[in-house]
Design a protein around this ligand. Sequence first.
Ligand code: ZN
Length: 448
Amino acid sequence: MTAIHAGAALLADGWARDVRIHCDNGVISSVETGVPAQPQDECHAVIVPALANLHSHAFQRAMAGLAEIRGRGDDSFWSWRTVMYKFALSMTPDHVEAVAARLYMEMLEAGFGRVGEFHYLHHDRDGSHYGNIAEMAERIGAAAAQTGIGLTLLPVFYAHSGFGGQPPIEGQKRFIHSLDSYERLMQGAQAVVKSLPGAVLGIAPHSLRAVTGEELAAIEPLAKGGPIHIHVAEQTKEVEDSLAFSGARPVEWLLANAPVDDRWCLIHATHMTETETRRMARSGAVAGLCPITEANLGDGIFPAPAFIAEGGHYGVGSDSNILISVPEELRTLEYSQRLSQRARNVIADAGHSTGEKLFRQALEGGGKALAAGTGVEKGKSADFVALDISTLSYLPTPQILDQWVFAGGVGVDSVWVRGRKLVQAGRHIRHREISDRFNKVMAELVDS
Ligand code: ZN
């Protein structure tokens, strides 16, 4: 491909001016700084690395905006989950593929280059297995292939409705695996990942509600060194149930009973004591924060300052996919801290940009959680974003990320994944076709 020239680019050691990026076979082969553009170069004002979106349930994009009507009595995460189950129970493989393709296209248009798909809608509508046990995982793979997004596939092991191995409830029948059937699913998922350049396979024990300690230990070897993601301590009810069952809080139990290290990503980890926060940070596990979803579901506020002070890593994910936005995920994370601490610029270091710190930490943590190197750097996957700052030509470079995260006026112009340009002038190259199919499917789903 032709070289790409940026007036300014965010590199591993900070902003650089007049940057030329060469890619070869999907990988960045060289990064030159302080050099003028050559006549054949594709020129952009600003280039930043593409973020990894570390936590998504693709099918839930279909219900975005449809669960915002207040129910009778107190509305909560648990009433949202009831709506979600109803929706999940009606979707076919064709529906899931069309919704996932539209979602992944939106992620690319937002500036994400990779998704961690925490995939748990496995079976047919009556709960029976499809002839091909990895049918739904293949549909996720097909959506990634159609859009070009990088995929870290995390097939979910889900077996119970509550702590202590309680039997699953009716609404969970499409999610449930035995240890044997999960192993077969992982074999199918391996084939999906092999067919997609740059794809990665990991495992996802759903939560300590849905997986017993024995099952957690039994599936861990199936990760084969790949990432291990688990939902933990999202809701206070989960903490209460965990205490009632084992006498330990969820994160406390996990750190004491599972080999949690830097291959692990603990999704949410919202409700932690100071001791849990310190221990989790020191374990090397990434905190998978989903600020927009956590706000939408009323989950609570992650103890970010204490976690970061202990050297903890975090990334961001769009989880329920209620809204797909890089700046809004980062802004919601910082604003939730400001509101709870009654302070400003909580996550930044003194004298430094908050937007840049949020972006850099989410970049590093997201890449770590999805086992994929991120950053505009020689040898890394060529995943980057050209920002449109045409209405802000006066802006000093170090303030660009603050402007994007907090003030707006910065847009995504182009996105490359593995050196392939997938988004141009803010639109995915297959936008029309993918949107048309999604709209047809949604008309069916909302009607049913
Ligand atoms: Zn989730």
